[in-house]
Design a protein around this ligand. Sequence first.
Ligand SMILES: Cc1cc2nc3c(=O)[nH]c(=O)nc-3n(C[C@H](O)[C@H](O)[C@H](O)COP(=O)(O)OP(=O)(O)OC[C@H]3O[C@@H](n4cnc5c(N)ncnc54)[C@H](O)[C@@H]3O)c2cc1C
Length: 593
Amino acid sequence: MTDYQAPVRQMRFTIEHLADFAEVATLPDFASVDGDTLSSVLEEAAKFAGNVLAPTNWLGDRQGVKVVDRAVQVPKEFKDAYVQFCEAGWPGIASNPEFGGQGLPKTVSLACDEMWAAANVAFALCPELSQGAILAMDRHATDELKQTYLEKLVSGQWAGTMCLTEPQAGSDLAALTSTAEPKGGRYLIRGQKIYITWGDHPMAENIIHLVLARLPDAPPGTKGISLFVVPKFKLNADGTPGERNDVFPVSVEHKMGIHASPTCVLAFGDEGGAEGYLVGKPNEGLAAMFTMMNYMRLGVGAQGVGLADRSYQKSVAYARERVQGRAPGEKGRVAIIRHPDVRRMLLLMRTLTQASRAICYYTASCLDRAAHGTDPEVVSRWQARADLMTPIAKAWCTEVAQEATELGVQVHGGMGYVEETGVAQFYRDARIASIYEGTNGIQAIDLVGRKLLRDGGATVSAFVTDMRSVDAPLANAGEDFAVVRAALSRALDELVQASTHLLTGEKRDPELVSAAAFDYMMLIGTVIGGWQLARGALVALEQLAAGGDRAFLETQLVMAKFYAEHVLPRCTAHTAAVRAGSASTMALAADHF
Ligand SMILES: Cc1cc2nc3c(=O)[nH]c(=O)nc-3n(C[C@H](O)[C@H](O)[C@H](O)COP(=O)(O)OP(=O)(O)OC[C@H]3O[C@@H](n4cnc5c(N)ncnc54)[C@H](O)[C@@H]3O)c2cc1C
């Protein structure tokens, strides 16, 4: 169960050639980041993921977590791993150097997030949430709050959480009812939050909850929500954790996967009120929380990539060992990797994983160029691209992670359904990624409503133009690339047709957006994945001509072709579904279901 080897070579290739690392490294904030930094970070992270985190994955799944005496207990091995994680400096690699972070680009740190998730996603959620909380506080909190909390969060000494969901307020946060009563420069928070990941645990000395609640007389809906920071332990005058604050875990959920990640019901203020501090402006908390949510959405996409990759690795190993059946032209029984249907499954897993990795890393590089650029016009262009990419990275990459991890079970045959091989755990662990951080349906509606329609299609159209620029190099690359060129060109045409249909169809069909959004999200993700694999193949062709590593580079060519022939044709079906609109989807009355 401990065998995870991060695909460092593939990650590095993706960062360098498909996430425009050279351009990111020219940004002034990243002046000290170069190819050597990239190599050493990836190699050290790979060792940590493989040697320290991966061995705790299976035992975490078996042992799970529990609440004893109003406190969550986690496996002892997790606590040990967390200490090592912090000692090695991993929590703060991409955080603001002003608070002790190393300030690396997201383009680099996201590859580490992928490795942590592949090695042990239940564990990885804890530092990931802390990073999201740090970013939200860094952008929106007062200097005083930043000075009080950020250094300890960046070092990992304290951990962060995200407290949005309530029983009646899931996708619809407008319905949340937790309250915040002003009292002597602070606030007393009261209410119940559910599903709070790592809502309580003994791994960090203090837990810093970011909580959404309503001030007295706040307007209803999303315009009346404020953001508060609520520490598990109130702080002494010297900043050390002191008296217990009034926030306690009531229970942990028994779940399908990520068993070692405590998913808590948290009670705030049952004994009078949990002390908290306002972050950002009153009633503007949801906008501030979006900083954390968007951070987490890309992180969840990377979780999908990691789990898909780990499942692929196990499946290849199994397919090489398992002997079953015969094959034309070969004597005796063969390993199942010899069978075309097994090859199909393995290549689907591999290409979907690489396409989703390239989508996530590219999104990170858009974010880096937006957050650290200097020319306002260029910054706003990258910000628009990052905003477009974020729901795609979250939703498409986690949808294909379901497919890849499900294929991992299938490659194993009956053994895939037996827990001890581990692939069932990857499948179960991946399932939540389509649900939390905003379900994929909600992501798709956000993509169409806010990222396509709001600017009249300008951002998508600019991206389509950029993607079409691979057509000429593909044409020059010769007959061998004709299939990739034709499939990508057709898929881009279909994306334009579907976008135009959505841009012009809402008046005719008011339910079009919600009915067609999921297919549109799958369509655009599939196209961007094809574009990235084609770019990878073009780079590989160049490097092959220069005498590079044949096996690795030829793999990039095969992946682009396989994806063009077996995955890009899905675009035709998604486009047809978008164009069909809502009529048949809504034809059945609710009581006829
Ligand atoms: C393991 C786990 C960990 C979690 N961690 C956290 C955490 O740390 N912090 C936190 O605050 N929350 C957390 N959550 C909550 C999670 O973000 C929500 O479960 C999720 O946003 C969906 O909300 P819901 O469960 O209420 O589903 P609902 O909102 O009830 O949705 C049910 C279905 O209806 C669909 N739907 C709902 N509204 C619409 C609409 N307007 N249009 C179209 N379709 C719609 C959804 O897509 C979904 O398919 C976690 C949940 C789980 C299970």
